[in-house]
Design a protein around this ligand. Structure first.
Ligand code: GDP
Ligand code: ZN
Length: 393
């Protein structure tokens, strides 16, 4: 859920500072662009409510069954019980998956593990029973290889529809705490609607958003950037200003990543890989290698892994999680993600006002009076139009 605005006066109520060619943005939103690696906000997923709930149920079932093997464990799986780790087992985090083997980070060592249990995708509705980011208990054999014995309940799940079985979902990564939403000041130019979409996606995925404006070295001055982003700070979001080129803001970025699990969102070319390498030069980013070959920062692999930060925490190395740009909210719920708009809806003439065109709309009035930022309202309108009118089966 988006946070309450901290203040009443919103000053950046003006049209974008420079009129720039936005046709490429429209192409991405319409789906005409080939750059599908990073985001595809026009792919508003039509998720039937019931089915989504079924998945949650199934998922809970998987969690329960995997935590407790009924043949060996007859005790109730209470919170305290989970904390008492059986003799010889160790707690770890799945950092990489290859075929049916998993890399599990146990702190001092990484063990290659198989998974115990016979749950198949057909029973769970998920194509992968164990996912990157899962917190697990493993038993090790003397050679150092292990078996994943239990999976702890997931705090968050980032999933996508399975390519082969459209009725199933594939978990991309579990237990991510925060989303670092990276935009660049120029090249590509700051695109606030996309930022607003990512903010909604982070809120729906229960991930804390962290906004990062990169390439500030390309701005005339930092003040200019800060003015542009002031609105978001006033809405209660943390905004970082960085340059992977000059190193500005990198220490602060690092401090925000330490001890957390962070997934990066942002369109291609904004500097996500460069930022991660600035934070920790020895991170083994596969994307960086691929970028070097193609020379364009294009990514060809879709494998996900967790990269460990020296000072604690992980970043999710994935070449573009396009699902992060997907928003699965109902049109009438959209205002919940625009707190400054939601604040006004009580004043609208009609109860079912969509705040897009109706007479007597308090939101439109507030925009006209400069109380709601024009850019945010433009995002609201555009996202509203792009969401399906009804969810269909
Ligand atoms: P990604 O696709 O988001 O991972 O972006 P990359 O990290 O591959 O960066 C895309 C391009 O932007 C590369 O040519 C980088 O050198 C450049 N770049 C990244 N960060 C900065 C920055 O802070 N300032 C400037 N001027 N260029 C940057
Ligand atoms: Zn209204």
């Amino acid at each position: 859920m988006a946070r309450k605005p901290k203040r009443k006066r919103i000053k950046s109520n003006r049209k974008p500072r420079i009129v720039r060619d936005k046709s490429w943005k429209t192409d991405i939103l319409r789906g005409d662009a080939d750059d599908w690696e990073e985001i595809s906000p026009q792919l508003q997923r039509v998720v039937p409510r019931g089915r989504e709930e079924d998945r949650v149920k199934l998922w809970t079932k998987v969690d329960q069954e995997l935590q407790r093997d009924p043949e060996t464990d007859t005790s109730p799986a209470s919170e305290t019980e989970q904390d008492a780790i059986p003799e010889g087992w160790q707690r770890g985090i799945v950092t990489r998956v290859s075929t049916s083997l998993y890399d599990v980070d146990l702190g001092q060592q990484t063990a290659l593990c198989a998974v115990r249990g016979s749950l198949s995708a057909a029973e769970t509705g998920y194509t992968n029973v164990v996912a990157v980011g899962d917190e697990v208990l493993v038993s090790l054999d003397p050679s150092g290889d292990g078996v994943i014995e239990r999976i702890y309940p997931r705090r968050t799940v980032l999933a996508r529809p399975d390519v082969i079985h459209p009725d199933w979902s594939q978990i991309i990564v579990a237990n991510v705490d925060q989303t670092l939403i990276v935009s660049s000041w120029e090249e590509p130019a700051l695109w606030l609607e996309l930022l607003d979409r990512y903010l909604i996606a982070a809120a729906t995925g229960q991930m804390t958003p962290l906004i990062c404006l990169n390439k500030i070295d390309l701005a005339l001055d930092l003040q200019h950037c800060m003015e542009e982003m002031a609105l978001y700070e006033e809405l209660g979001y943390t905004v970082l200003f960085t340059s992977a080129e000059t190193g500005q803001g990198i220490d602060e970025l690092r401090a925000h990543l330490v001890g957390k699990r962070t997934v990066l969102a942002g369109m291609s070319g904004v500097g996500k890989s460069s930022l991660l390498l600035a934070v920790q030069p020895d991170l083994e980013l596969r994307v960086a290698e691929v970028s070097a070959y193609s020379g364009e920062g294009r990514h060809t692999t879709t494998q996900v892994s967790l990269l460990k930060l020296d000072e604690g925490g992980y970043v999710v190395d994935t070449p573009g999680i396009r699902e992060l740009g997907l928003i699965t909210v109902h049109r009438h719920e959209l205002v919940l993600y625009f707190p400054e708009i939601e604040d006004r809806v009580g004043g609208c003439r009609f109860n079912d006002c969509s705040h897009t065109h109706e007479p007597g709309c308090a939101v439109i009035q507030a925009v006209e009076e400069g109380e709601i930022a024009w850019t945010r309202y433009a995002s609201y309108q555009s996202i509203y139009e792009s969401l399906p009118e009804y969810y269909t089966e």
